[in-house]
Design a protein around this ligand. Structure first.
Ligand code: MN
Length: 291
């Protein structure tokens, strides 16, 4: 079996001119650890008009991880959280059995927006937990030769993120402060993925373009990284996720009926999704699944 896999995301242009590239899930792979969704958005100029506007929508069965390289996003959720996020900070929302949120450009903002949103599937034993939102303003950072490494989930290079997750995971930003040739330690029991967000980076001898996720199967202790100054990438990983998950729209579940029910319940404004206050716009409607 090959020990690496390249997943090439397909860029999609949204109505407002924002490019989004999704590398997970793909036809070739569903998860890396419990990471089940990787979206890279921008860089895009959001200085004109209202900028980013994603109206209130629900989630179940997952945690969302928002990570920015440039710009700002204002998060509001049904727990009453109203939180601006800047580069180097983590917004971690745990849907548990049901939450809703909106995401928008704040009125005063930098011109450029560039970042990533990831989802983590909650294990069956935790997925009915109470919804929660956490903003981590400062995270552990170290300089590892020419790489500045920020750990936002789990542990790497002895740095431990304070973020609460429900299965063994790692998530880190790698930023080349100089041209560098180095290596990062990996956990042998984890599978990993490396995705370049900007610039040039070679991991495990593979040149990666933005929009390509290189997956490294479990059983390795190290990965070589060669990067040009200014390159940014994310490293994600975790214990292979043994549970079979199903995804539809903004929902992660196990069986079709629960996903259908989540769509019906959201569209009927069921109470367990709560309500987002203060967002100036319409809530999104759930598209019913094809089954
Ligand atoms: Mn969302």
């Amino acid at each position: 079996m090959s020990t690496t896999q390249r997943l090439v995301g397909k860029p999609t242009i949204l109505g407002d001119g924002m490019t989004i590239t999704r590398t997970l899930p793909s036809a070739h792979r569903r998860t890396v650890g419990a990471w089940c969704f990787l979206d890279h958005f921008g860089p895009v100029d959001v200085s004109a008009g209202a900028g980013l506007r994603v109206g209130p929508h629900p989630h179940i069965g997952l945690q969302t991880v928002t990570w920015l390289l440039e710009g700002e996003i204002l998060h509001r959720d049904s727990l009453g959280s109203v939180q601006n996020i800047c580069p180097g900070q983590l917004n971690l929302m745990t849907s548990g059995k049901g939450i809703s949120h909106s995401e928008e450009s704040p009125a005063e903002r930098p011109a450029m927006l560039h970042g990533a949103q990831f989802w983590i599937a909650l294990p069956d034993a935790s997925r009915q937990c109470a919804p929660a939102f956490a903003h981590h303003e400062t995270l552990p950072v170290c300089q590892h030769q020419g790489l500045q490494v920020t750990v936002f989930i789990g542990e790497l290079l002895g740095l431990v993120s304070p973020a609460q997750v429900y299965s063994p995971l790692v998530g880190a930003e790698l930023r080349a402060s100089d041209d560098t040739q180095t290596a990062l330690p990996l956990r042998r029991d984890f599978e990993h993925g490396i995705q370049v967000l900007t610039g040039r980076l070679i991991a495990d001898g593979e040149a990666l373009e933005p929009g390509t996720l290189l997956v490294l199967e479990a059983g390795r202790d190290i990965v070589s990284v060669q990067a040009e100054a200014g390159a940014y990438a994310v490293l994600v990983g975790g214990e292979p996720f043994r549970e079979e998950i199903l995804m539809w729209w903004n929902f992660v579940g196990r069986r079709r009926p629960e996903l259908t029910e989540a769509c019906t319940d959201w569209n009927a404004q069921a109470g367990y999704f709560g309500a987002v206050r203060g967002y100036d716009g319409a809530r999104l409607s759930a598209p019913m699944p094809p089954w």
